[in-house]
Write a protein that binds this ligand. Structure first.
Ligand SMILES: C[S@@+](CC[C@H](N)C(=O)[O-])C[C@H]1O[C@@H](n2cnc3c(N)ncnc32)[C@H](O)[C@@H]1O
Length: 262
């Protein structure tokens, strides 16, 4: 296991502070579970498609890396997986364990740990599925990708649901509509080069794009969910039918398998 640099330790320390603020603002309410247990491949919703790719994980070891308040952990426990959830923030892990108590009574307990995605302490080749929901875009990619490849079994799968900005022109547009809320200094949608970096360590198996610019704009403008839902359905339909639109979509959900360690 490689030692992580002082720079990355400093970045982690800043993430802890940012996530503490997020935890303080979080009111823990039960999250949806049923909807994510067996969603269809054509779903218009990125998180549904993410769990479609997760598939049947009964009795499999699944690692939710950067698990936040544990929403995905709860779904994975209900899917019968042996779940490990890790986050750099002690406050978010505390919320995740309260969520598990609230929503997983009578089910096998997940292991929840405070720790860094850069050095997880998980044994080599011991995990069937690593799930990264909105984590990679906070981190130094080569370091975390090596760690994920190290802990995955050779036939394991790495599933991501991440914001991307694959066209440079969209980065210019982004400056006109700055992100709102509690955003860390390092966090940014993955660029084309960064997305390609993942493919140095993993082989792409399945992938879909979501969130055309009109949806991102509607989200930034705080559009209520009852209207947003219709826009998301339109988004899914447009992206399913017109593949040339994929390069301007703002979210990629994908499944990868590890490249063998040379
Ligand atoms: C955008 S949130 C996503 C949380 C969760 N996966 C979800 O989908 O709700 C990113 C999470 O990554 C965590 N994080 C940031 N840097 C980390 C690191 N180096 N190791 C582990 N977790 C980290 C943050 O504390 C935060 O909970």
């Amino acid at each position: 296991m490689a030692e992580i640099s002082e720079t990355l330790k400093q970045r982690d320390a800043e993430e802890v502070l940012r996530s503490r603020e997020e935890a303080q603002e979080t009111e823990l309410t039960p999250c949806e579970v049923e909807r994510y247990l067996a969603p269809p491949a054509q779903s218009a919703f990125p998180l549904e498609y993410t769990f479609h790719l997760v598939g049947d994980v009964a009795n499999k070891t699944v690692f939710d890396i950067g698990c936040g308040t544990g929403e995905s952990v709860v779904v994975l426990v209900h899917k019968g997986a042996q779940v490990i959830g890790m986050d750099i923030s002690p406050e978010l892990i505390e919320l995740a364990s309260r969520r598990v108590e609230m929503q997983c009574a009578g089910l096998p307990k997940p292991k929840l740990a405070v720790g860094s995605a850069y050095e997880t302490g998980i044994p080599d080749a011991s995990v069937d599925v690593v799930l990264s929901n909105a984590l990679l875009h906070h981190l130094d990619l080569p370091t975390v990708l090596k760690e994920i490849r190290r802990i995955l079994k050779p036939n394991g799968r790495f599933i991501i649901n991440e914001p991307v900005r694959l066209l440079r022109v969209l980065n210019t547009a982004r400056k006109l509509f700055p992100d709102r809320g509690n955003i860390s200094e390092f966090e940014h949608p993955l660029t084309r080069e960064e997305y390609a970096e993942i493919k140095k360590f993993f082989v792409l198996k399945q992938e879909r794009a979501f969130r055309l610019p009109f949806v991102s704009l509607a989200i930034k403008m705080g559009t209520p969910y009852k209207y947003l839902r219709g826009l998301l359905l339109l988004d899914g339909s447009l992206l399913n039918h017109f593949s040339f639109l994929r390069s301007v979509a703002g979210v990629r959900v994908a499944a990868f398998s590890p490249k063998s360690l040379a």
